[in-house]
Design a binder for this molecule. Sequence first.
Ligand code: SAH
Ligand code: SF4
Ligand code: F3S
Length: 479
Amino acid sequence: MNPILDLDFIDNRTPEQATAAPSCDTQVTKDNNTGRARKLYIESYGCAMNFSDSEIVSSIMFEQGFDTTSDIAQADLVFLNTCSIREKAEQTVRNRLGQINHYKKKKPAMMVGILGCMAERLKKSLLEEEKIVDLVVGPDAYRDLPNLISEVDGGQKAVNVLLSREETYADINPIRLNSNGVSAFISIMRGCDNMCSFCVVPFTRGRERSRDAHSIVREAQALVDQGYKEVTLLGQNVDSYKWASEDGTESVNFAQLLEMVALLSPDLRVRFSTSHPKDITDEVLYTMKKYDNICKYIHLPAQSGNSRVLELMNRTYDREWYINRVDAIRAILGEDCGISSDMIAGFCTETEEEHQDTLSLMDYVQYDYSYMFFYSERPGTLAARKLEDDIPLEVKKRRLDEIINKQRETSLARNKRDVGKMHKVLVENFSKKSKDQLSGRNDQNKVVIFDKKHYKKGDYVNVLVHDCSVGTLFGEAID
Ligand code: SAH
Ligand code: SF4
Ligand code: F3S
């Protein structure tokens, strides 16, 4: 899952791709006016998990008498659903609180709440540090929002940051906030049991738990019934999805879940994110091969190409293991399967030679694209406690630049392979540049732009690609 909106996040994709990918923008609530007494405005930062949670929160608040608004000035309640993944992500939220203060001055009754990972990490100290904040609610405590809101209505500040081992919000029907009506996210699990030494997620999201497979299938079916054409199954490590019925008679792993969702309709595209190199199985790859509607694209974050660094990161695989998984993808799904990665430059003690190993891994895999970051130490993580953040910032930035340049090369090379070929594109929107052009994605998650003709959002269109840039394919719809 990929966070955004912090300045050390470098994105090599076009704006179209950025909005299309599972996790790449700040999201704001859209207007939903059903005549309820009060209005909620939510801004979501970080990864797709947060965007999906905001839809659950909106649903809970709707029952509580709140419509949603896209205009913060109209809001009675403002929520920021926050991310802690890197220092910059938190700084962005703090800056935003400064701006929100101006609105609150004009409308003193406006309530301000911090949700999500920063709420969980900083807990009630957020109330002391940021005076404007009235409530602090962690990712497993959203069911308690009605009580917390009444506390604030009663003039108090409110906090609930309890993590849960069971909560999956399985029974809550999300209100689709920013959806184009074509693609939607479905959370299939929460939390993370891995302890990557750089990562704050296990602390902010708690233990891993998988959601009832039937509730996932019901949610996907409801989306099909509403005309949606694509679902993305979300988890920090989807390959470790494992659900068993209470009586123990039924058990579903990720490959089986994929199959259950794929079988709902051949017209429904199924995507998923994120795959963990240590857990992705050949069974998942064969299931992807078996169903045309499971998209041939895998986000398989490597983080580093060097085995010593991977060990320090506690990723529990080494370079050879990672390469073996990539070879399996290529052998089972072919050269065209899209593969993307996350990379961290300048992790503790990384040498120049070890950094070169990351670049050579990128050469080997030929990623279609990557999300690339320099290391940002997070308080409380294993790395913060045990390792020295000893790579100077200029060195981190230079290594990151080299990684980005390498990715631009491989993205372009991979896109050039697509030129001259026909691609099945699901239309998502107009192109950002022109209403005469449409934008959609192919099976491999690449953005394709073409002249509109008579096509519209939600259509599957065969597009002959005639040109490309680093981030986009350009083509012509063939009737
Ligand atoms: N569950 C996913 C990743 C979730 S976080 C996985 O295991 O791949 C998304 C990405 O943020 C990570 O893959 C990593 O590349 C980056 N990231 C996480 N912590 C970071 C840190 N402390 N500094 C820099 N980048 C970090
Ligand atoms: Fe963080 Fe590792 Fe879990 Fe991903 S798998 S969320 S990087 S701890
Ligand atoms: Fe996602 Fe950021 Fe939390 S990446 S899980 S919102 S720390």
